[in-house]
Design a binder for this molecule. Sequence first.
Ligand SMILES: [Ca+2]
Ligand SMILES: [Ca+2]
Length: 243
Amino acid sequence: MLKFLRQWFGCLIPILIIVGFVVANVISGGPAERGDLNYGDTVTDSTAGSDRVWRFQGTAGDLIGIDLHSDDFDTYLLLYDSSGQVIEQDDDSGPNLSSLIARFELPASDSYAITARSRGGEPGEYTLSLYRVDPGADPSDAPTPIEYGAIVEGEMTNVTGVGYTFKGVANEVVTIDLQGDFDTYLTLLGTDGDEIASDDDGGTGSNSLISLFTLPENGDYTIIARALEGETGSYRLSLYRDQ
Ligand SMILES: [Ca+2]
Ligand SMILES: [Ca+2]
């Protein structure tokens, strides 16, 4: 009888553990598959506190960015390959404890999984974005601060361009002029880092001009000056505010 009870308990305990685990996961929401993403997708979803898994297909060499933020909890972001290995992760690289993988080159043509995690297990809403990154913009080179009226002269040696940042106020009207002894290209990034204006040949010859552009909001703007075809040479960048 004692042996029977011991065997019975021996079976019961693992069953109780499994049932308990399943129940706990159902109550907390459990790690859950949420669907497939394509480049350019932004999704808003909620979690009861446990991991949320999103999948996408990538091609070797794709340069991607992933942005995860929440007003409700401290986010944590993980990227897995199809074998289940973590190949990149981030906690707080974005603003306000949000997570950002700004630039990651996919090592293989594969199926990848993104996990959106609440670090402390708090429930709440989150927003996740998956996008292709412009290989020309290299955030590893911190942009140089400049002010209205600045005229900057330099040597273009970096194929990914040179960044300058300035503080703008909503409704200010700005003109950015880029001249070089190569075919120039000019990009203006808004306060959230997205491109809001660009120009190739709006100036004389193959020079670039963003003329009388109205800033949409207060904040830090970034100018990227680059050679269209990766040439090197000297350049001159001017930033004006219309009075
Ligand atoms: Ca975080
Ligand atoms: Ca040009």
